[in-house]
Unconditional design. Structure first.
Length: 169
């Protein structure tokens, strides 16, 4: 028995309704007829032919005819929609690691008063360590400004900032 291999990809063939025109192309070519009828009825002089109505109907037909032209298997209307979606995309993406999406919700809520107390405690610790006498501050500034002193900042795993100044002999 002879076996044949069926290709894995699924190709879609657009239905051709009239000659080489697809449904979307046919709708784009028929729509100006209905729009022109509405223009004929609504705009003055009512139900009478005028040069402005004919010119407007011609421009509408020209626009829809251009939109129904097929390039690389897609009509121009689809290309313009694709370009507009691309141009209207967000330019900057802000990643927020605190995004609650797909996270388990905890029942434990941190109250604002606890956060305020923690920040006040940290501020007190900073104030205690920053209280230096004027003479110590002057000596420290001179040591930092001296190029012979090796002045380094190092951060520990816990986020503590350690400052190292090599003593000048």
């Amino acid at each position: 028995m002879k076996t044949t291999t069926v290709p894995a990809q699924v190709t879609t063939v657009e239905d051709r309704l009239a000659g080489n025109l697809s449904l979307s192309q046919l709708l784009l070519l028929v729509a100006p007829v209905f729009i022109s009828c509405v223009i004929y009825v609504i705009f003055p002089p009512f139900l009478k032919l005028s040069l402005i109505k004919v010119g407007l109907a011609g421009l509408i037909f020209l626009f829809f005819a251009i939109m129904s032209i097929r390039i690389k298997g897609k009509i121009i209307l689809m290309w313009t929609v694709l370009i507009l979606k691309y141009r209207n995309r967000p330019r900057f993406y802000v990643y927020d690691k605190n995004e609650p999406y797909l996270r388990e919700k905890s029942d434990e809520k941190i109250s604002e008063s606890k956060v305020v107390k923690d920040t006040l405690k940290i501020q007190e610790q900073i104030d205690e360590t920053a209280n230096l006498e004027t003479s110590d501050l002057a000596r420290l500034e001179i040591a930092i400004a001296d190029p012979r002193s090796n002045f380094n900042f190092k951060r520990s795993k816990n986020g503590v900032l350690n400052v190292h100044i090599t003593e000048i002999q």
